[in-house]
Design a protein around this ligand. Structure first.
Ligand SMILES: Nc1nc(=O)c2c([nH]1)NC[C@@H]1CN(c3ccc(C(=O)N[C@@H](CCC(=O)O)C(=O)O)cc3)C=[N+]21
Length: 305
């Protein structure tokens, strides 16, 4: 059976082009503020991706770089100030923050109306009831990928590997909305559970964790693992690796690759949330996902930045 690869980068670029047109048409200038604590190299890369995507669509971005040594109280002050700023529509605290900081306390300081990453406990709680203002971009990117590819989830067994509060948990919550059977996680049993799962969504951050021997024929594999590894072949080169072992392509029917799969789509969903935060703050209707996925009309708007 031929395995289909999801071209998330392609879909993300289309979304960003449509967002750019909306921003231009409405003559708005939303702003995203990213707060980056410490010097984690991967976080620097992700924040740069988000900044580039914002620049591309005409959304302003600002990064506040906070020294690793700042206390929870000091970072709190920055977040509270950001929450009160009228020029800032979306706020994201890049995770993980250094261990000595109270991450949960800090996330909860982001006002829900500006919480474009949906990391506030209120945002996460609202997700349970499908009533939140924002859905975490990774979870909405996964849902989008499932819908876009006409993947039928009804009655299917879905395994979510990884139970981080920001990734695995929201995805599990959103999958409930798809009416699936959630499996209780049991790491020791990963082999058996994976073997009987129709859809595996992996956000463990363990490169190559999901191997071909573990999966069932025709499985749908969604990869949200982003690990940076020194490449074996070319010395000194850092490569991005997902949780899904490349050999899985021999048995799976659908794979989201890393890079080029869910990652870029996540960034596009964050940008969409930022536009919607701005529209919401100004009492305007938000843009639907469907309207942002229509085929782009090249050169319809000459964007003046
Ligand atoms: N508050 C917060 N929000 C996040 O959304 C968040 C975070 N913290 N901490 C870290 C993770 C990781 N993450 C990724 C975003 C984009 C790609 C992405 O675009 N990847 C590209 C390639 C990127 C590259 O080459 O470095 C791809 O898969 O093709 C990957 C991973 C967001 N995260």
């Amino acid at each position: 059976m031929a395995c289909q690869f999801f071209r998330g980068k392609y879909l993300a670029d289309r979304m960003l082009n449509n967002i750019k047109q909306e921003v231009f048409k409405r003559q708005v200038r939303p702003k995203l503020l990213a707060i980056l604590v410490g010097e984690d190299p991967a976080s620097q890369v992700y924040v740069r991706h988000k900044e580039n995507a914002c620049n591309h669509v005409g959304i302003a971005s600002e990064i506040i770089r906070v020294p690793e040594t700042h206390s929870t109280a000091m970072v709190s002050e920055i977040l509270v100030d950001a929450g009160e700023r009228e020029d800032v529509d979306g706020i994201l605290l890049q995770l993980p923050v250094p261990d000595h900081l109270d991450e949960r306390f800090l996330c909860n300081l982001i006002p829900p109306t500006k919480d474009v990453d949906a990391h506030n406990a209120a945002s996460i709680g609202n997700l349970v009831y499908g009533r939140g203002i924002f859905v975490p971009p990774t979870a909405s990117a996964v849902a989008h990928c499932i819908q876009e590819n006409g993947i039928d989830t009804f009655g299917k067994r879905v395994l979510v590997v990884g139970r981080s509060r920001h990734c695995g948990l929201p995805i599990t919550l959103i999958m409930q909305g798809f009416r699936t059977h959630p499996e209780l996680p049991d790491v020791a049993d990963l082999y058996n559970i994976a073997a009987s799962s129709d859809i595996i969504i992996s956000a463990a951050g363990v490169p190559g964790l999901i191997r071909p021997q573990m999966i069932k024929d025709g499985a749908i594999l969604i990869d949200i693992g982003f690990s940076r590894k020194i490449s074996g072949s070319s010395v000194g080169k850092v490569r991005l690796m997902g949780d899904i072992h490349p050999d899985c392509r021999a048995r799976a029917s659908f794979i989201t690759p890393v890079p080029g799969g869910i990652g870029p789509l996540t960034v596009a969903h964050l940008v969409r949330n930022t536009l919607n935060a701005h529209l919401h703050a100004n009492g305007l209707p938000r843009v639907s996902l469907a309207s942002l996925c229509r085929p782009e009309f090249e050169d319809e708007f000459e964007y003046a930045s």
